[in-house]
Design a protein around this ligand. Structure first.
Ligand SMILES: *Cc1c(COP(=O)(O)O)cnc(C)c1O
Length: 435
C-alpha cells in the first residue's frame, strides 16, 4: 500500500511527469493549489490518499454519470477481463455498442469507435474535409474539441480572422484553415460564409458549450447553423463528447431536435474507460476506410474491456431514463439553492444551467460567449474552490469547467453542498465584489 501523502507524491510526480500530471487541469494550478492524489472513489464520493473524503462534482469530467464504482459496471470489467484484454480482431460487443449508439442518436446511422474525444473530433474533421473536398473549418471561440492541431486555435484580433495557434508546435499552416467565430453569434457565421462559404468543409460546435463553463445555445443558434450548412453544402459537426448521453439519452440533438451530419462522442460512452466515437449519416460514414478512402485506424479501438463497460453504462441509462429527470432536478435544486445564497449575500454570480449540466460563474452576466465568461473573477473562484475543498466538496478546479452530477448524488449531498457553498462564498467573496 501507498502511505505517502499527496504533497510528497506530487513532488515525486514532478520528477517523472511534466507538471506531475497527465492532463494539465489536474495540476490545480488555476486555483493556486497542489493537486490531491486519489486513492479510491465510490458513489458520489472520492477519497484522497491523505484521508479526506469529498463529494465529487468532477466525476472524471463527465464519464461517470452513474457515479463512481457502479456495481454493474464493475462486474462487467471482471467478466470481460477474464476473457482477455484485447484481440486485434473484432469482438461481438463492438457491434452491440455501435447498435446502441445508432439507436440512441437520431442523426447517426453508423459509428466508428476510437480511444478519446480528441481522436473523434480529429477524425470527424478529416471526414468532413474528404466529403466536401474543402479545407476550411469553422469553430467557436471557447469551444474545446480536444488537442489536435487544427482545433487548437484561438481567435485572432478583428471580427473575421483566421485562427492563431493556441500552442507552440502547431504550425500556422495548419491553423490557417481554421476560422474562429463567436458562440451564439449567427451573424458572425453568416458573414464568413458569405465570403468563403464554398471553401468551408464544416462547422464544429458544442451544442451546449461545456468548456467555457456552461453556456447555453441561444434560441435559433443551432437551427441557424444547420440551415447555413444546408445552404452552402457544408457539414455540421456536433461535438457531443460532453452532452452525448448526458443532456438526455439522445444527447443535445434530441433535446434541440436538430440533426447534425456528424456527431462526436466520448466520455459517457466509455463509462470511465478511454473511449471516443464519431458517427453520422451512412453516406458520409461509408467514406471511412476500409469501405472508403478516408484513412483512420486504432490498435485498441473498440477494445473489448472498454466496450463492455461502455455497453453496460449505456444499457443502464437506456433502461432507466428517469436518471435524466433526477439529474435535472438535482441541478435545479443546486441552482435554486445557490441563487438564494447569491441574493442573500448580494453578490454578482450566476448559475448557468442546461438540464443536468451547470456551473457557477462569479461575475456579472449575461454569459453568452467566450468574451462574456472571460469577465469572471478567477481569483474569487480560486478562493471559492479552496473553501469548498476544505468543506469536503470537490468542484472543478477552474472557473471555466462544468460541474458534473451523477445518479449517485443524494439529497443529503445536495444539502451539504449548499451549506458549504453558502459559507465558502461568504469567505471567498467577502472583500469587494459587491453590486
Ligand atoms: C473532453 C472533450 C473533448 C476531448 O476528449 P478527450 O477524451 O479528452 O480527448 C472533446 N470535445 C469536448 C466537447 C470535450 O468536452
Amino acid at each position: 500500500m501507498n502511505h505517502k501523502r499527496s504533497g510528497e507524491i506530487f513532488e515525486e510526480a514532478k520528477k517523472y511527469i511534466p507538471g506531475g500530471v497527465n492532463s494539465p487541469v489536474r495540476a490545480f494550478r488555476s486555483v493556486g493549489l497542489d493537486p490531491i492524489f486519489i486513492e479510491r472513489a465510490e458513489g458520489s464520493r472520492i477519497y484522497d490518499v491523505d484521508g479526506n473524503s469529498y463529494i465529487d462534482y468532477i466525476c472524471s469530467w463527465g464519464p461517470l454519470i452513474l457515479g463512481h464504482s457502479n456495481k454493474d459496471v464493475l462486474e462487467g470489467i471482471e467478466e470481460a477481463i477474464a476473457r482477455g484484454t484485447s484481440y486485434g480482431v473484432p469482438s461481438p460487443v463492438e457491434v452491440e455498442v455501435a447498435k446502441m449508439i445508432t439507436e440512441a442518436l437520431i442523426s447517426v446511422d453508423m459509428v466508428r469507435m476510437v480511444n478519446s474525444g480528441t481522436e473523434a473530433t480529429m477524425s470527424a474533421i478529416r471526414l468532413a474535409r474528404a466529403y466536401t473536398g474543402r479545407s476550411k473549418i469553422i469553430k467557436f471561440e471557447g469551444c474545446y474539441h480536444g488537442h489536435s492541431d487544427s482545433l487548437l486555435v484561438k481567435a485572432g484580433s478583428g471580427a473575421i480572422t483566421f485562427g492563431v495557434p493556441t500552442s507552440p508546435g502547431v504550425p500556422e499552416d495548419t491553423t490557417r484553415h481554421t476560422i474562429i467565430c463567436t458562440y451564439n453569434d449567427l451573424e458572425s457565421v453568416k458573414r464568413v460564409f458569405e465570403k468563403e462559404g464554398k471553401d468551408i468543409a464544416c462547422i464544429i460546435v458544442e451544442p451546449v458549450a461545456g468548456n467555457m463553463g456552461v453556456v447555453a445555445p441561444k434560441e435559433g443558434f443551432l437551427e441557424g447553423l444547420r440551415s447555413i450548412c444546408d445552404e452552402y453544402g457544408s457539414v455540421l459537426i456536433f461535438d457531443e463528447v460532453i452532452t452525448g448521453f448526458r443532456l438526455s439519452y439522445g444527447g443535445a440533438q434530441e433535446v434541440y431536435n436538430i440533426k447534425p451530419d456528424i456527431t462526436c462522442l466520448g466520455k459517457i460512452i466509455g463509462g470511465g474507460l478511454p473511449v471516443g466515437a464519431y458517427g453520422g449519416k451512412r453516406e458520409i460514414m461509408e467514406l471511412v476506410s476500409p469501405v472508403g478512402p478516408v484513412y483512420q485506424a486504432g490498435t485498441l479501438s473498440g477494445n473489448p474491456l472498454a466496450m463492455t463497460i461502455g455497453y453496460r453504462n449505456l444499457k443502464i441509462l437506456k433502461d432507466n431514463r428517469e436518471i435524466y429527470i433526477e439529474l435535472e432536478n438535482k441541478a435545479k435544486r443546486l441552482e435554486e439553492g445557490i441563487n438564494n445564497i447569491i441574493k442573500e449575500l448580494n453578490i454578482d454570480a450566476h448559475v448557468s444551467r442546461v438540464k443536468g449540466m451547470f456551473c457557477l460563474f462569479l461575475g456579472k452576466g449575461p454569459f453568452e460567449n467566450y468574451n462574456d465568461v472571460m469577465k469572471c473573477d478567477t481569483e474569487k473562484y480560486s478562493a471559492f474552490f479552496r473553501e469548498m475543498l476544505e468543506r469536503g466538496i470537490l468542484i472543478p478546479p477552474s472557473q471555466f469547467e462544468a460541474w458534473f452530477l451523477s445518479a449517485e448524488h443524494s439529497d443529503e449531498d445536495i444539502e451539504e453542498t449548499l451549506k458549504a457553498c453558502r459559507e465558502a462564498l461568504k469567505v471567498a467573496l467577502k472583500v469587494a465584489f459587491k453590486r
